[in-house]
Every structure is written in C-alpha cells, then in structure tokens.
Ligand binder design. Structure first.
Ligand code: GLU
Length: 440
C-alpha cells in the first residue's frame, strides 16, 4: 500500500516550490489508491505559527488536493524521545557541546587547510567528567553517529545516487535547548506512518543520505526516495528570493485558476507537454515520475495566465455565475454575457470591464485615418435596444453609405463599439449592448 506525505513547516505561506512537492506526493498516492498524509513539521515552537497551519490547509483545499490524514509533529514529541533513547542504546547517538562559534571556527580552519568542513567528532573523546563539567555550563546537543560507508539509493528522478558518509557531518538531531530537529522527527514519522515514497526537493539529497542510515538504525524500512529539481526563474535565476511573492494565495488573488496552476506544475520539468486538464484525475492518470529530469526547472508565473484563460473559457455558466453577478450583470443576461465574454478574459477580474463597456458604452478607439469614417458610421447607428440582427443591419447600412468593405469596414467599427482591438463576435456583442458608445 502506497503512502506518501507532504510535510511543510508552518513558518510561512506555501509557494509554487512547495506545491511541486505536494502535488507529486499527492499524485503518487492517488494514482495507486494509496494514502496521502498532510504532515505539519512544527517542532520549532518559535517559528511555527497556527496561522500558517490554517493557511496551508486553505491553500491545498483551494487546489482540491485532499489529504487522508493530518499529523502534527508537535504532538509526537514523546515518539521522538523514544527514538532518541533507542539510538543512544545502540551507540549511534552522542552528546556534543561545541557552541556555534566554536563550530564555525573549526569549519574555517578546515576550509583554510583545503579540507571539507565535516564535524571532527571531538565530542566522542570527552570523558564522563568532562561532559558533566560542560553540561553544567550549557545544554549538550545530540548528534547521530554516521557509519562512514557509502550510502546508496536508486532515486526515482536522479537515478542511482551514492554519497560518501565520511564527507557529511554527523547530523545534530536534538539541539542544546532540547528541541528535536526535523531530521529525527521526519525519520520517526516516515517509519511509523509507513511512508513508502518520499518526493522532495533536491536540496534534501544529503539529508536523505543521513536519514537512510537513521531509518536503518531504528529498524525501519527505507522508503523510495525521489528528488525533484528546484525551480528557477525564466532566465534560470534563483527563485528562492522571489518565492515570497509566489505564494499560492498571491496567485489566487491575481485570479489564477486552480486547474491552470495544477496543469502547469504537474508537468513542468517533465518530458510530457503542459496541457490544460479539466480535473485532477486526468493529471493523475498521465503522471509519470520518471518522466521528470534532474535539470533545474524554469518557472514563469506569466505562463499561468494564458492557461487560466483557457480554463475559464471551458467553464459552464454555473461555475462563474458568482463572478458574473459581482461584475454587475443582471441575472437574465448572465448566460448571454458569458457567451460574449468567455473567450475574451484572462481572469474573472476582466468580466467587469466587459460589462462596463456593454452597459455604459465604450470609449471608442479610433485611428486618425478612420475618424471621418467612424463619425459617419456612428451617425447611422440606431439607438437600442439591439438584437442578434443589429450588427448586420448596421454594417450593411454603413457599407452602402461609405463603400467600405471587409476588414476596412469591420475593424474600425469593432474598435468604435468595444474600445478594443480584439474581442467577441460582434453580432453577439451588439445584441447585448445596452448603450451607445460614449460621445456618439
Ligand atoms: N519540513 C521539511 C521541509 O519543508 C520536509 C522535508 C521532507 O519532505 O522531508 O523542507
């Protein structure tokens, strides 16, 4: 039975980078009829905030990414304490006392000597008396004793990985103030919750190496790991600084449609094309983890808008009725308005603009060379009410009076009635027009 989890730390709003992780894990679970756990990694009491826990749930709900179970690490501290005891009993856990400044100095010395900055395990040589003396001064932190062998795993995206544990510092799992760190909590949870597949960002590759040894030391089963590439901006620039403004709730505010975002993120960075899908199930059916590559994945939020336009244009009236009402359209015209507007909006915010033009009259857009022609045409425009035949009747009359035809006839008239270069079928538009263009 497949079990995956999405494990955000509630220290901020989730962004497109987190979404990639959430979505991959969600799709793996759903594709095989397994379980998807939302795990809140909140062992840091200072930085974890309930507002972010709520926001994470809201954002996932907006996207329709449902979870089967929610877990909070802050409620499982006793489990982590037990695991720590087990590691101590196995001789895989040791107490160290270096301050951050001392550790920093050690690292600098190693780097100066051209050595990798790996913790030197000086704490292993401390006698019991020395430890007692140090403990009186400061809290000791606890490190996991790595076996200095190679750690290997078949990565679901990166292929076979091999990391020399001797090149990695023994990870600190419990801080001097007693706070359990994510690395330990995550291993205990993954083991006890039966997590079978872990997909996360490639910034976790070294973590994975150490966690594999920890899982083995605790007698657990190592899940299948896969590390997706990190997102970059459109020019390949680091996205990390901009992720703050790429929070899912900001994209929602900007009118991005859930299926537009999901359709992009479920395929971006893979060999499969990005196509707008109408529901999550279609994305799940076509999802293949091994189609994803290890190269950084370029993400441009601008791509979300044409996708949003496509998602919107396919929606039935009922799905947008609230937005249409909010734009001021009377109920009896809603259906007709949606026919006119659906292909001509990027987000639902554009609905109001079309209704204003239809209900109050457009500000005509007139090229200098068309000024006389448009004036003559508007003089031939009857007052409303207009209907499905109004456009043909009017353009026939204008054609007869001016001799213009084709694009030279229709384009200036479109711009005069709508105030825009592009838009709906003019016969449909005019049938819904409630007012003459301004100043005509
Ligand atoms: N809380 C961790 C993070 O957000 C989870 C990483 C993991 O998937 O194990 O980076």
């Amino acid at each position: 039975m497949t079990t995956t989890r999405f494990a955000p730390s509630p220290t901020g709003y989730i962004h497109v980078g987190n979404l990639r992780t959430a979505l991959f894990n969600y799709m793996i679970a759903r594709k095989s009829g397994g379980t998807f756990i939302l795990r809140i990694d909140d062992t840091d009491p200072e930085r974890s905030k309930q507002i972010y826990v709520d926001a994470i749930q809201e954002d996932l709900e907006w996207l329709g990414l449902t979870w089967d179970r929610m877990e909070r690490q802050s409620e499982r501290l006793d489990r982590y304490a037990e695991a720590a005891d087990q590691l101590r009993a196995n001789g895989r856990f040791y107490e160290a006392f270096e301050t951050p400044t001392e550790l920093d100095l050690k690292r600098k010395k190693q780097l100066n000597m051209g050595k990798p900055p790996v913790y030197d395990r000086a704490a292993l040589a401390l006698s019991d008396d020395q430890k007692t003396a140090l403990r009186a001064e400061r809290g000791g932190h606890w490190r996991f004793l790595l076996n200095q062998s190679r750690i290997e795993w078949p990565d679901g995206i990166l292929g076979d990985i091999s990391i020399d544990a001797a090149s990695v510092s023994d990870p600190v799992l419990i801080r001097g103030d007693g706070q359990v760190l994510y690395t330990l909590a995550s291993v205990v949870d993954d083991t006890e919750m039966g997590v079978t597949h872990v997909v996360r960002g490639s910034d976790h590759v070294t973590n994975t190496a150490t966690q594999i040894q920890m899982i083995e030391a605790l007698g657990g089963t190592v899940p299948q790991f896969a590390h997706h590439s990190l997102l970059t901006g459109p020019q390949g620039e680091a996205l990390s600084k901009r992720l703050g403004v790429l929070a899912l709730r900001d994209l929602r505010e900007q009118g991005v449609e859930p299926m537009a975002l999901l359709s992009l993120m479920a395929r971006l960075g893979s060999s499969d094309p990005v196509e707008v899908r109408s529901d999550l199930q279609e994305l799940i059916d076509g999802f293949e983890l091994d189609h994803f590559g290890s190269a950084p994945t370029k993400f441009d939020e601008k791509d979300l808008f044409p996708l949003t336009a496509r998602v919107l244009s396919a929606k039935p009236l009922a799905a947008v009725a609230d937005h249409i009402k909010a734009a001021g359209v009377p109920d009896h015209l809603a259906e007709q308005f949606w026919t006119v507007a659906r292909e001509n909006i990027t987000t639902t915010a554009d609905l109001a603009g079309w209704w204003t033009v239809l209900s109050e009259g457009a500000e005509p857009l007139v090229a200098d060379e068309d000024a006389a022609f448009v004036a003559e045409a508007l003089a031939l425009l009857p007052d409303g009410p207009y209907d499905a035949g109004s456009w043909k009747a009017w353009t026939d009359a204008v054609k007869a009076a001016t001799g213009r035809k084709g694009k030279g006839l229709f384009m200036p008239l479109r711009k005069a009635l709508t105030g825009r270069e592009r838009g709906p079928e003019m016969a449909d538009f005019m049938a819904l027009m409630q007012a003459r263009p301004k100043a005509s």
